[in-house]
Ligand binder design. Sequence first.
Ligand SMILES: Nc1ncnc2c1ncn2[C@@H]1O[C@H](COP(=O)(O)OP(=O)(O)O)[C@@H](O)[C@H]1O
Ligand SMILES: [Mg+2]
Length: 221
Amino acid sequence: MLKLNKQKGESMQIEVRNLSFAYTQRLILNNISFSLDQGDFLTLVGKNGTGKSTLIKCLIKILKVPEGTIFFEGIDINVLKLLQNIGYVPQKVEFSYEFPITPSEILSSAYLKGKDDYYTKIINTLGINPFYRDNVNNLSGGQFQKVMIARALLNQPKLLILDEPTVGIDNESIQSLYEILENLKEQKVTIIISTHDTEFSKNLSDYYLELNEVGDYRIYK
Ligand SMILES: Nc1ncnc2c1ncn2[C@@H]1O[C@H](COP(=O)(O)OP(=O)(O)O)[C@@H](O)[C@H]1O
Ligand SMILES: [Mg+2]
């Protein structure tokens, strides 16, 4: 949860302390602070361009943040060489493969243990078999999304971050995504999603963090 009165010695899975971020002059994130415990579900909301993806990219080190602003399990992410146990599903529009590659290739290279039970279970649960050997560039939005979710889950994440996961996918896929997230939440995976679909996240969310145009934010339940 987003505890403002942290008790001494209590372990926090994620802590953001006074994070500000600007690409150029304009501040996108203005002095943001929050923390999440293992198993919390946070939904990022705010109009397009308010910085949801930017905040996510700071958390997964795609963007560089100052020392002392983001901590995972008490460790400054700047000193972490590798982000372990983190799954990331990028916003669809921001991601494409420039060359022909199949879900089979993407997923097997993301999981070095081979086709064990865990691997097979993820492929089956997400219904990836029908397009397992197709070129990813020919997949529908929902199919591609499922591949990205499978890839993230193969990391056995303690933290799963999804950037606008319901955009451009059909209702049936949204429903199966919902069930997957519900299940992961029960298993105490920490989840951060950005979405405009607050109906989707209503029953999953423990907290909302709303960003606005001037870089400010508010947190609510
Ligand atoms: N790489 C970049 N360089 C400069 N400005 C950027 C870059 N990426 C995003 N922005 C700007 O930062 C603001 C926040 O973008 P973004 O985090 O993508 O918002 P959201 O995900 O909420 O739609 C927007 O004004 C966007 O144009
Ligand atoms: Mg975005």
